[in-house]
Design a protein around this ligand. Structure first.
Ligand code: FAD
Length: 317
């Protein structure tokens, strides 16, 4: 079932959903299941599975470093299929422009369709670690907009090289990213919103936001999006702070602001156990207010560990 159908079916009740990251290549998938298991108590209608870009690794060959390009966390579509069947829940694989040609993306989409996956999240991806700016892959898309168009075309039987008469449409529900504090590369929030609108006009059915820690940022974003003519559901993405380092890493990587009260509370913590608790309490307060405002779903960035998301969900659902 599509994410938008779950939202419609809920008739204004806020859903609970979350995002997981595939394990590092070679690691047992059991740990991932152990983290998903406790969250199933809250009946998530859908679970997102991220996709990681390829990266350079260096293999020591008797003193000489051999540089290899590899994807360290493969398996997004496989994990989606596995979770779908294990837990009887809908899954949303993240599909990236970065690192994929359009041809490879088409294969991923065909796999998803055969596996009965009804949703995909269309994202550009970030620059590789060695790059200052995002560089499109040769034969790939430059912006998420192109990816949305490709997915939308498939619905009409339009594959990359031909139009195929089909009685079996890959009718995906398409999610895209939105940024309450604007995307780091956008010259202004208004311009970023215009580009978000282009994704929606091209076929995106819903938006999931980047993490934010001040709900006003989300509410203002939703208002501004509506004024721009964006009328699809905008799902807030919530990340509980878990370690002290997040105070520096999150603003640096995601170009988001942290409220002073949150910074002070984390600063006062003696250890990361205390920080985790502050993160849980902050996310509970955020989530309660968002739920009262009737947001479509509360979508948590679990980053593979579920104990804090479980504690938050327990207070809300
Ligand atoms: P786009 O929509 O393409 O926008 C990127 C930038 O280009 C923006 O500044 C936009 O304003 C600008 N832009 C868009 N169209 C145009 C145009 N026509 N002309 C000029 N400028 C334009 N990353 C991963 O690697 N894996 C994941 O699984 C993943 N999941 C995510 C989930 C969510 C909910 C979010 C919010 C982000 C996720 N990301 C993920 C991160 C995402 O890939 C980055 O934030 C990336 O930098 C931008 O992706 P986008 O899809 O928003 O790009």
């Amino acid at each position: 079932m599509k994410v938008t159908e779950h939202i419609e079916k809920a008739k204004g009740k806020t859903l609970f959903s979350f995002e997981i990251i595939p394990p590092v290549k070679g690691k047992n998938i059991k740990e991932l299941y152990n983290n998903i298991d406790p969250l199933m108590e809250f009946k998530p209608p859908f679970i997102d599975v991220t996709t990681s870009r390829e990266e350079y690794i260096y293999i020591d060959r008797e003193g000489l470093l051999d540089k290899k390009l590899t994807r360290m966390r493969p398996g997004t579509v496989g994990i989606c299929a596995s979770i779908k069947h294990k837990y009887d829940v809908d899954t949303v694989p993240h599909v990236l422009c970065g690192g994929f040609t359009k041809e490879e993306t088409e294969y991923v989409l065909v796999d998803c369709h055969y596996l009965g996956i009804d949703n995909v999240m269309a994202l550009r991806g970030d620059a590789m670690r060695e790059q200052q700016y995002f560089e499109p892959t040769k034969g790939g898309h430059k912006f998420a907009l192109g990816l949305v168009e490709q997915i939308q075309n498939l619905k009409c039987g339009q594959y990359l090289h031909e139009v195929i008469e089909t009685d079996d449409c890959a009718d995906f529900c398409i999610g895209v990213a939105g940024y309450p504090e604007k995307h780091m590369e956008a010259p202004s929030l208004q311009t970023d919103l215009k580009r978000l609108k282009q994704k929606v006009e091209a076929g995106a059915d819903y938006v999931v936001t980047q993490m934010f820690f001040d709900n006003d940022k989300y509410f203002e974003f939703v208002e501004a999006a509506k004024k721009t003519g964006i009328n699809v559901p905008i799902i807030p993405g919530i990340k509980p702070i878990a370690v002290k380092r997040h105070l520096n890493i999150l603003p640096q990587v995601f170009k988001i602001d942290l409220p002073q009260d949150l910074i002070d509370a984390v600063d006062d913590c003696k250890d990361n156990k205390a920080v985790r608790q502050v993160g849980i309490e902050w996310a509970i307060q955020q989530s309660k207010e968002l739920k009262e405002a009737g947001v479509p779903s509360l979508h948590y960035y679990s980053m593979g560990k579920s104990d804090n998301v479980h504690a938050i969900a327990k207070a809300l659902f």
